[in-house]
Design a protein around this ligand. Structure first.
Ligand code: PLP
Length: 392
């Protein structure tokens, strides 16, 4: 039997063929007019994709590089900051803040849940210079309410900057960056923008640029002010990941092409695509008897699924891989063995969701011994898809 390899992991995600062709053809020098034109075009597209009038910068690093840049560029040793954490990526903010000598207060929500907004309000103190959070916590597949947190900051009269890791939020969540007041919003190339790992992008508000004038932590490769100066000329400070930039341009063209060439509408359609596929996946898995790990605030980027007590989620991940070459992600850290995660962000369509659920039916029946009627998860997903199609 032929078994195609299918990635359903929340980064890296499946690659867009048009982006792969663009990457293969990108033998360009980065100080040429050709590359400058490409870089300028991609930065302009990214502003539309992020949905902001703020500057958007592109860094040649994985997403964590942009997380580190936002800490090193915006803070000084001894700064009080507030970290909102509910999983492995939230914990990364705490680690980064400590690495740069900040003094983080940490508000924690249990794995699989989002924050209690009253607790956020109570935790925010006038001395906090920055609030760090995720928009979706990929390790638990939880969506956090960035709009509500932004509102709490605004209404408290706090001067704190809001720095959001939107690495799996961008392309799966609707944001109003400027309206809500998100000072830094970070994305990564291996997530919803359908290209390999290696690029991070971030929007930076005027308020954040002003804060950089007085911040004292060391920075060199990730010096955002230097990147901003170069970006104006269509360049990056150092040799960028040229091929990835070409791939990103092709992917953003594709996303625009899904809405007649209008990238803003294409971005909205991409987000809605993830939302519908996530809802269909949840319905299918629940129909099989699985328990959702994050039922109260499920992300559209990925779905985290708990396996029945006494079973190991690694068994499901392995069975999907060995029988169908279908790659899902196990839980991270303490969640390993307890949950598995299946992604919907980027280049996934409805039929990918149906294929996953059909495979999940086989695994639920044969590997987990659940009472499965073939077609039941697929049918549950089809009902979600049909209802959405009827209402739009
Ligand atoms: C993927 C991801 C990251 C970035 O990880 P890198 O491995 O550095 O690209 C950060 N935050 C979230 C929420 C993610 O999903």
């Amino acid at each position: 039997m032929i078994r195609k390899v299918r990635l359903y992991t929340p980064g890296p995600t499946p690659l867009l063929p048009a982006a792969q062709f663009a990457m293969a053809a990108a033998d360009m020098h980065h100080r040429t007019p050709e590359f400058k034109a490409l870089y300028t075009k991609v930065l302009a597209q990214l502003k539309v994709f992020v949905g902001t009038k703020n500057d958007v910068l592109l860094l040649s690093s994985s997403g964590t590089g942009a997380m580190e840049a936002s800490v090193s560029n915006l803070t000084s040793p001894g700064d009080k900051v507030l970290v909102l954490t509910a999983g492995k990526f939230g914990e990364r903010w705490t680690g980064l803040a400590k690495a740069f000598g900040c003094d983080p207060d940490v508000l924690t929500a249990p794995y699989g849940q989002t924050f209690d907004l009253a607790q956020v309000k109570a935790a925010l103190k006038p001395e906090h210079k920055i609030v760090f959070m995720q928009s979706t916590e990929t390790s638990t597949a939880v969506r956090h309410d960035v709009e509500a947190v932004a509102k709490i900051i605004k209404e408290s009269g706090s001067q704190a900057l809001l720095v959001v890791d939107g690495i799996t939020g961008l392309g799966t969540t609707h944001f109003d960056v400027d309206g809500w007041g998100i000072d830094v919003l970070i994305g990564g190339s291996q997530k919803a923008v359908m290209i390999p790992p290696g690029l991070a992008y971030m929007s930076v508000s005027e308020k954040a640029w002003a804060a950089m004038e007085t911040s004292k932590n060391p920075r060199y490769y990730f010096d955002l002010r230097k990147e901003r100066k170069n970006a104006v000329k269509g360049e990056s400070a150092y040799t960028p990941a040229v091929a990835l930039v070409a791939g990103l341009g092709a992917a953003l063209d594709y996303i625009a092409g899904q809405a007649g060439g209008d990238l803003e509408k294409g971005r909205i359609a991409l987000v809605n695509n993830a939302i519908v596929n996530a809802a269909a996946t949840r319905a299918g898995l629940v129909s099989l008897g699985f328990t959702l790990f994050a039922p109260t605030a499920p992300a559209a980027a990925a779905t985290a699924v708990a396996v029945p007590e006494g079973m190991d989620s690694g068994t499901v991940v392995k069975a999907l891989k060995s029988r169908f070459s279908l790659v899902t992600a196990n839980g991270q850290g303490e969640m390993q063995g307890k949950i598995f995660r299946v992604a919907h962000l980027g280049y996934f369509d409805y039929l990918d969701t149906v294929a996953f659920l059909a495979a999940a039916e086989h695994i639920a029946k044969d590997t987990l011994g659940l009472p499965v009627e073939f077609g039941q998860a697929v049918a549950a997903a089809q009902r979600v898809f049909a209802a959405q199609a009827a209402s739009s």
